[in-house]
Write a protein that binds this ligand. Structure first.
Ligand code: ASP
Length: 322
């Protein structure tokens, strides 16, 4: 009798035991497809820290830079879909679908959307001693010097590439492009005066602009950015058409279990309401997306819409990689 009672007791406990071991029961890795110290990395580390607390497991960031974000994205597309390997990528997830003639993965098909995170304005910046005093003078300078100007980016498919492509297309000028594994290292070279120009997100440029270590000519949004009120918009600065806000989102590989997607999406929503995240985002010129965009459904609709929106713009610029 005693034994039967003990067995019944153990059976009654089973659901709790199963629950205690359910997802997540070990460290989650978020792949950032750019170098450490850059803007995507900054967003990922802030959000990962907050999600860790909510999920009760460590969420660590792994930087897999190279090929404009497509190496890291490809890694996650082929990862075990168990909820423990995720991708935090930006607008490049959409633009690379057109920019690359062939990719070893399909951005539309190979990922399980978790949610959108933030839309980050970009800034057109230069080494501190570049001559032009303002945006209009910069436009003249670029037209006069063309490929003598070195322009850093994070490779074809990165946001910095997209912004440079829009700028060169608007001015009908080719500059010399210097690709990096992320704009973290590109910024180091800009600060050191090894390259002339960069277009990068406020999450990477704000502190250097405020410290006067780089020259800022414009923000790439229709309205000025609250944390950089003195920097004109590209339209005001004579660079009409150079408009882009860099949306970021979180994905698992296709086939990630629904339980994991639900828990990750819930944790993402909590992270985007975390006062520490909101405050740091604001200092860096951005804010979390509205709650209804931090969902798998919103991202599942947004990614294909963005692929379609950028395709004709990229096709018109005629820039592709193999
Ligand atoms: N997101 C940046 C870009 O696309 C690269 C980076 O995060 O380092 O330029």
């Amino acid at each position: 009798m005693k034994r039967m009672l003990a067995a019944a007791f153990a059976m009654a406990l089973l659901p709790f035991a199963a629950e205690a071991q359910s997802y997540p029961d070990h460290t989650i890795t978020v792949v950032v497809p750019f170098a450490a110290g850059g803007p995507t990395d900054t967003v990922a580390r802030l959000v990962a820290e907050s999600m860790s607390r909510e999920l009760g497991q460590q969420v660590i960031v792994e930087n897999v830079g190279g090929a404009g974000g497509t190496l890291g994205a490809g890694r996650v597309a082929k990862a075990e879909p168990d909820g423990y390997t995720l991708l935090l990528h930006h607008i490049g997830q959409a633009t690379s679908a057109t920019l690359y003639r062939s990719l070893p993965y399909n951005p539309r098909e190979d990922f399980a959307p978790i949610g959108l995170i933030t839309d980050v304005p970009m800034t057109v910046i230069a080494r501190a001693d570049l001559e032009p005093a303002d945006g209009k003078a910069l436009v003249e300078y670029i037209k006069a010097n063309g490929d003598k100007i070195s322009y850093g980016n994070a490779g074809i498919g990165s946001a910095s590439h997209l912004c440079g492509m829009l700028l060169m297309d608007a001015l009908k000028v080719q500059m010399t492009t210097i690709p990096y594994k992320g704009t973290g290292p590109a910024m180091t070279d800009l600060l050191g005066g090894q390259i002339d120009l960069l277009c990068d997100q406020t999450t990477n440029t704000t502190s250097h602009i405020k410290a006067g270590k780089v020259k800022a000519y414009a923000v790439t949004t229709p309205a000025r950015v609250a944390s950089l009120p003195d920097i004109p918009t590209t339209a005001e600065a004579g660079m009409a058409g150079v408009e882009v806000a860099v949306w970021h989102a979180l994905y698992g590989p296709k086939g990630t279990p629904q339980e994991a997607i639900d828990k990750l999406s819930a944790a993402l929503k909590v992270a985007l309401k975390d006062p520490k995240v909101i405050e740091r985002f604001a200092e860096l010129g951005t804010e979390p997306v509205a709650e209804d965009r931090a969902t798998p459904e919103a991202l599942a609709a947004y990614l294909p819409a963005e692929i379609d929106r950028w395709k004709p713009i990229i096709d018109a610029a005629g820039i592709y990689a193999d």
